[in-house]
Write a protein that binds this ligand. Structure first.
Ligand SMILES: NC(=O)c1ccc[n+]([C@@H]2O[C@H](COP(=O)([O-])OP(=O)(O)OC[C@H]3O[C@@H](n4cnc5c(N)ncnc54)[C@H](O)[C@@H]3O)[C@@H](O)[C@H]2O)c1
Length: 442
């Protein structure tokens, strides 16, 4: 009788759904992935160092606005999902997916401590037949230069004893149009057998899997996607500063250009760039590029322009108040939306924080309203001790200005009617020409 090799054995188990999937890092990326595997009848072991998150999940509760508790409790009760902070259990899963953070250090260099710590925990428990997949966004080379040598230091050989791959996450929190299973997934194994098992793994939960020739290609694919956004957002942000001087409405220009059926994809200006991917990830590539004596000028230029936008917005607020005989010092300014994008509950790297900080330094009294963020936690650079103010008639008529930073789905017409001045960075006041004297686009 023919004995199955390691690759065939894991493939067979995956096809029969007779495998335990381990997912490390249960945040915006890891948690949806956990649920996707459970939905397809896989057993999942979720691991996180945050014991509060582990306890919440164990009770069948969610900590993300975009995920209902009922989706979690269902799988806790059915026994599909177990959650732990005991990393010695890492020898149990057949496949381990790493979804830990990849931020930047103060010096804007890759902060790989989370990947390193996770790799060490896996190394200590690695056993024959396991597949390890890195999902975190990172520079080309991380999988093969950083993770592979550590795992092989156990004496086990990649492609023979264990499998290693990279597959970038394309999660878009708050996007109701594309569910996880509908978003094609790029995968790359370190060896052909790694490629085969990783393709089989994701084919169980995603409609279209896109294999590429190496982990470095897959790593750079993710970075290209984010750099493309960063550069295009910078382009329209720069143009909006020019069109403001020219007296042209950039939003109208973009709308008109978007009618071209080919060769143009619209990007929209805003209050600066936010989120924990697009302002951060491009620097992973510029850091790596230095190893090749190469300067990634587009990345730096886009970063420079996008970082400048909050200053531009503050200058527009200052001018608008000045025209009304007021100064920023002492002005009561209401920030509308502090999340980094529409209808999400995440304020990490949000340009709202930079705008609030600049205004506060100039002596403004800051209030904010965000239906998704009831109070502002401390962040990497900022700490505001503020709670979201309800949009009462009294509040709206008492402030000196409102600033639309994040275009959450709220009733802007009512706000515009009541406030004395509104600075609009998102074009939410489109069509409200009746109130044009108190609207300033920024
Ligand atoms: N959020 C997105 O929209 C998005 C989209 C695509 C890619 N990504 C990338 O995915 C990765 C994860 O991002 P996220 O938004 O899910 O982050 P997150 O902060 O929401 O979640 C990360 C989780 O990992 C946990 N963690 C940290 N160190 C750990 C360790 N050593 N062991 C176990 N758990 C640990 C944290 O407690 C947290 O729960 C990053 O590389 C990010 O760039 C994020």
């Amino acid at each position: 009788m023919k004995t199955m090799n390691m690759e065939d054995r894991l493939t067979d188990k995956l096809l029969k759904k007779d495998t335990l999937i381990g997912i490390i890092g249960l945040g915006y990326v890891g948690l949806p992935l956990v649920l996707r595997f459970c939905e397809e009848d896989f057993r999942v072991l979720g691991l996180d160092i945050d014991s509060k998150k582990v306890a919440t999940l164990k009770k069948g509760k969610s900590y993300l606005k975009s995920i209902l508790s009922s989706r979690i409790s269902r799988f806790i009760q059915s026994g599909h999902l177990d959650v732990t902070n005991d990393f010695s259990r890492l020898d149990k899963p057949d496949c381990i997916l790493i979804c830990v953070p990849t931020p930047l250090t103060e010096k804007m260099e890759p902060d790989l401590q989370y990947i390193e710590n996770t790799t060490e925990a896996i190394r200590q428990n690695l056993r024959k037949g396991q597949l390890i997949v890195l999902e975190s966004t990172t520079y080309p080379g991380t999988t093969e230069e950083l993770i592979l040598p550590k795992l092989e230091s156990t004496g086990l050989k990649v492609g023979k004893d264990f499998f290693l791959a990279f597959s970038p996450e394309r999660e878009d929190p708050g996007n109701k149009r594309f569910m996880t299973h509908q978003i094609p997934k790029v995968v790359a194994g370190v060896t052909p057998s790694c490629q085969k098992v990783v393709t089989t793994l994701y084919s169980q939960i995603i409609k279209k899997v896109v294999p590429v020739s190496s982990p470095r290609v897959a790593e750079l694919t993710k970075l290209l996607e984010n750099i493309y956004r960063s550069v295009n957002i910078a382009l329209v942000n720069e143009l909006k500063m020019l069109t403001d001087r020219m007296g042209i409405d950039i939003w109208e220009v973009i709308e008109a250009a978007s009618t071209k059926p080919f060769g143009f994809s619209p990007f929209y200006p805003g209050p600066g760039m936010g989120g924990h991917c697009i302002p951060i990830d491009p620097y992973y590539l510029s850091w790596k590029a230095r190893e090749y004596d190469f300067t990634t000028r587009f990345i730096f230029l886009a970063g420079e322009i996008n970082v400048h936008v909050p200053y531009y917005v503050v200058a527009k607020i200052q001018d608008a108040l000045n025209e009304r005989g007021k100064s920023i010092k002492g002005a009561k300014i209401l920030i509308l939306g502090v999340a980094y994008k529409k209808d999400v509950d995440d304020a990490r790297e949000s340009p709202a924080l930079a705008i609030m900080d600049l205004l506060q330094k100039k002596g403004a009294v800051i209030l904010y309203h965000d239906p998704y963020i009831p109070s502002l936690p401390s962040f990497r650079k900022y700490s505001f001790k503020l709670k979201s103010s309800p949009l009462t008639e009294q509040l709206l008529s008492r402030i000196d200005a409102a600033v639309v930073v994040t275009d959450h789905s709220i009733d802007y017409r009512r706000i515009v009617k009541l406030v004395p001045l509104i600075i609009d960075t998102r074009n939410v006041t489109k069509g409200m020409d009746r109130y044009k004297k108190k609207i300033v686009k920024a």
